[in-house]
Design a protein around this ligand. Structure first.
Ligand SMILES: [Zn+2]
Length: 347
């Protein structure tokens, strides 16, 4: 951080609300807490967003990596890949995010769309948690997520029942999100780490069945189902095209985020061409995110969005504008409005 900026922040001077030329991106996927619930201070994050990023969806990490002394002794793990000990749900994260947002002046608050995330998606009581957060923090939240059903390494490390697409607790959550108007960001790897050769990805059809059952809920599929170890198979774009053509899935959108996913999509030229054609054909259905976790440096943070340049540069200008900005505004503005109406109906 430059000295001038540091001085401004120390004095509590306002960070500009909206740049004159307009931002290059909105960020649909930012984590202001990490796997041990360390936080980015939002004023410092606003300075990193600067005039390049207009708005950001804020989602804490719902899981806490346990520091199990018997497993790692004095070596304190700060990420789920740095320990064999369990992850557990940390509901207090929603209060942390709400308090951080409420401490900002209104013009800065307006740049954030906070999401409720601290619930256990295998628990039939998860919706009670979501309702409680909305009641305690009215006017704050626009959505739920990012929460995970199948996620490499994370699912088996999480205490209790393994999250599953077959669990009715998930249907209850999605049903309630539709009723309250909460935009839903769901992480579900489309496949297991070692795919079964020659078959459709393991979690693809079960995922689509769940989505189809909840037409009143707007759902963003995090990373379009791809992960660190789950690579897009050669026919994957064809499968996504299948869902985009399907009118029963018009409420399903795709979140393009995480630099490791950007590399998989934008690296090999044939893969990139297929994705450019896909997004150009359905430009309303994709949003962009950084998936940064507790950003500390503006260059690295903006780099996670710029990682999508090869894809964005291949798009028609209108499609690029929708993916970078327009779709975010449409989806989150509508969620804000619907959730406020629902909150008012509960008083
Ligand atoms: Zn994420």
């Amino acid at each position: 951080m430059g000295l001038f900026l540091a001085v401004l922040l120390a004095r509590g001077a306002p960070v500009s609300a909206q740049p004159p030329g307009g931002p290059a991106f909105h960020d649909a996927h930012y984590h202001p807490t990490d796997y041990i619930q360390q936080e980015t201070a939002l004023p410092a994050f606003l300075a990193m967003m600067g005039d390049r990023v207009g708005r950001a969806a804020l989602m804490g990490i719902p899981l806490q990596q346990k520091w199990d002394w018997f497993e790692s002794g004095d070596r304190a793990p700060d990420y789920y890949l740095r320990s064999d000990a369990a992850l557990y749900y940390y509901p207090f994260v929603d209060a942390m995010v709400a308090e951080a947002v409420r401490a900002l002046p209104p013009d800065q608050r307006d740049r954030f769309d906070p999401m409720i995330t601290g619930f256990n998606p295998t628990d039939m009581y998860a919706t009670d948690h979501i309702r409680r957060v909305l009641r305690l923090y009215p006017g704050v939240f626009s959505g739920i997520g990012e929460f995970s059903i199948h996620k490499e390494v994370v699912s088996p490390k999480t205490v209790g029942h393994t999250a599953s697409l077959r669990n009715p607790a998930l249907d209850r959550i999605l049903e309630f999100a539709g009723e309250a108007g909460l935009l839903t960001l769901l992480h579900n790897d489309v496949d297991v780490i070692l795919p079964h050769e020659g078959t459709r990805p393991t979690h693809f059809d079960p995922f689509i069945e769940v989505i189809r059952r909840h037409p009143g809920t707007t759902i963003l599929w995090a990373h379009a189902g791809i992960g660190r170890f789950v690579e897009p198979t050669p026919g994957y774009v064809g499968l996504l095209e299948e869902t985009l053509r399907d009118e029963g899935l018009n409420h399903l959108y795709f979140d393009l985020s995480w630099d490791v996913v950007a590399e998989q999509i934008a690296g090999p030229p044939e893969t990139l061409d297929a994705w450019v054609a896909l997004v150009n054909a359905w430009p309303e259905r994709f949003v962009l995110g950084s998936d940064s976790v507790v950003a500390t440096d503006a260059g690295a943070y903006l780099g996670a969005l710029e990682a999508w340049r090869p894809l964005l540069d291949g798009l028609d200008p209108d499609a690029s504008e929708k993916v970078r900005l327009g779709n975010y505004e449409r989806l989150f503005d509508s969620a804000r409005e619907r959730v406020r109406v629902w909150e008012a109906s509960q008083r």
